[in-house]
Design a protein around this ligand. Structure first.
Ligand SMILES: *[C@@H]1O[C@H](CO)[C@@H](O)[C@H](O)[C@H]1NC(C)=O
Length: 252
């Protein structure tokens, strides 16, 4: 009986994946084209991108994941090319959005992803990049922009810097946003490589809100008047859980 009650307690406090964006069931980026507003299939909405084929902006590969994440079969390379302008805007954008009816925007939840870049097609430090953001920007990563001399991957809460770390080439940054949509707070967990996630900023008060379809996994870049060069960012281990945070980079 004793072991049974321990098991029951463990089950109650363990994490549950609400939405899984780890691409293990997708073959190639062309699978994203199966999604449409009329046919909302697969884990991602794909509509924020330039006029080129999906393969110009998105590539899935085992090479593109954090190698220390053994639960993800592959990761995704998100690319900005000189055609990556969405819908007549002057910003380059390649973004994936969770497609799910799960309750990812209520209560206490953790939004997980790992991100890296390489020396090839390195994002310009001279332009502002908005990364893994929500429409109301209560939590997001930023890279570059005018006046940001340091090679900093910054975490912002409602547009204010709260934490930063050197981005670096070929470094996998594992991130979790700890979001309490009910209580109105957001905190940050981080690690690199194979290290377990650690809380780096305790939850702070914020107007956390989302319609459940506005978390942008990818990048929006503000123009700075210079000619466009191709830029790549890599994401893997993308999922959302509730219950308790999973700190292992290989996920629940
Ligand atoms: C993390 O991945 C790298 C690259 O595959 C590997 O060399 C290293 O041993 C891994 N670390 C751990 C703790 O598994």
């Amino acid at each position: 009986m004793k072991s049974l009650s321990i098991l029951a307690t463990a089950t109650l406090t363990s994490a549950a994946v609400l939405w899984d964006g780890r691409l293990n069931d997708l073959e190639s980026a062309e699978d994203l084209n199966k999604w449409s507003w009329a046919t909302p299939v697969g884990p991602y909405q794909y509509y924020i991108h330039g006029n080129g084929p999906v393969t110009e902006y998105v590539e899935f590969s085992p090479e593109h994941k954090n190698p220390n994440d053994t639960a993800s079969a592959q990761g995704v390379k998100i690319t900005l090319t000189d055609t990556a302008y969405w819908n007549g805007q002057n910003m380059r954008r390649t973004e994936l959005i969770p497609e799910t009816d799960a309750a990812i925007a209520s209560g206490k939840v953790w939004y997980h992803f790992s991100i890296s870049r390489s020396a090839t097609n390195r994002p310009s430090q001279a332009r502002e990049h908005q990364i893994a953001f929500f429409e109301n920007h209560f939590t997001e990563l930023k890279y570059g922009g005018s006046g940001t001399a340091a090679d900093s991957l910054r975490w912002q809460v409602s547009g204010q810097d709260k934490w930063a770390i050197a981005f670096g080439d070929d470094v996998w940054h594992n991130i979790a946003y700890e979001i309490d949509f009910a209580g109105g707070s957001v905190g940050l967990w981080h690690s690199t490589g194979a290290e377990p996630l650690q809380e780096v900023v305790a939850p702070m008060s914020v107007g956390a809100s989302s319609n459940g379809a506005d978390w942008h996994v990818g990048v929006l870049e503000l123009p700075n008047g210079n000619a466009d060069a191709d830029e790549d960012l890599f994401f893997s281990g993308v999922y959302i859980e509730n219950g308790a945070i999973t700190t292992d980079v290989s996920g629940p």
